[in-house]
Design a protein around this ligand. Structure first.
Ligand SMILES: O=C(O)[C@@H](CO)OP(=O)(O)O
Length: 228
């Protein structure tokens, strides 16, 4: 049966500091490394053995994958890194503390920015040093691919293209794949695969470092989902 393991990266330093992260390339905290190790151990214990890995361009997801792969003794497994799996871009909120932002703008506004399906956080100015265009990782992207903010809806659109063009064809060949990515890019993927409505996805949260296993039928309909 085609099996897709969704793994949200372990706790990052900005998760720990409660800051909006998005495309900011922060690393794992000590707890995050431990969570990645535990994730690898849980996957081995479950009897699953991934044949192909996918991750984003961001080191918190890449390091989570590397730590888990090392624990599973699967360092040799092919990996595709794709920026479409990056976290949702959080615009001008990136770097701000979530609790302090809620004190300034109110809980309701911050909840909308964080969880409403088609609301975008405030846009980065193009000359802002946080513009991804300044980052060599994104040199190959065209101007209209580089986000200055994103709604979950826009994240779903880019994750969908990655699923259709990059991941799904390999799930059909390799059978068991592991995707190490981010809270919102994985919510986007789950929304698409589970056919969740914008209302349902609002409360759909994947905890850090907890492998979520989807089993699909031959038409790629998800017939079972469980956390390890
Ligand atoms: O800051 C972020 O990039 C994300 C994930 O940590 O936060 P949130 O859960 O608020 O969408």
């Amino acid at each position: 049966m085609p099996t897709i393991i969704l793994l949200r990266h372990g706790q990052s330093i900005w998760n720990l500091e409660n800051r909006f992260t998005g495309w900011t390339d922060v690393d794992l905290s000590d707890l995050g490394r431990k969570e990645a190790q535990n994730a690898g151990e849980k996957i081995i214990k479950s009897g699953l053995k991934p044949d192909f890995f996918f991750t984003s361009y961001l080191k918190r997801a890449i390091h989570t994958l590397q730590i888990a792969a090392n624990v599973m003794d699967l360092n040799w497994i092919p990996v595709i890194k794709d920026w479409h799996l990056n976290e949702r871009h959080y615009g001008a909120l990136q770097g701000l503390n979530k609790a302090e932002t809620a004190k300034i703008y109110g809980d309701e506004q911050v909840l909308k920015w964080r969880r409403a399906y088609d609301i975008t956080p405030p846009t980065l100015e193009p000359d802002d040093k946080r513009n991804p265009a300044n980052d060599p990782k994104y040199q190959g992207l065209s101007c209209n691919e580089i986000p200055l903010t994103e709604s979950l809806k826009q994240t779903v659109d880019r994750v969908r293209s990655c699923w259709q063009e990059v991941i799904e064809p390999r799930v059909r060949i390799y059978n068991t794949v592991l995707i190490s990515a981010h809270g919102n890019s994985l919510r986007a993927l789950a929304m698409m695969l589970l056919h969740l409505s914008p209302q349902e996805v609002l409360s759909f949260e994947i905890p850090t470092g907890q492998p979520l296993v989807f089993t699909a039928d031959s038409h790629m309909n998800i017939i079972d989902k469980k956390y390890l």
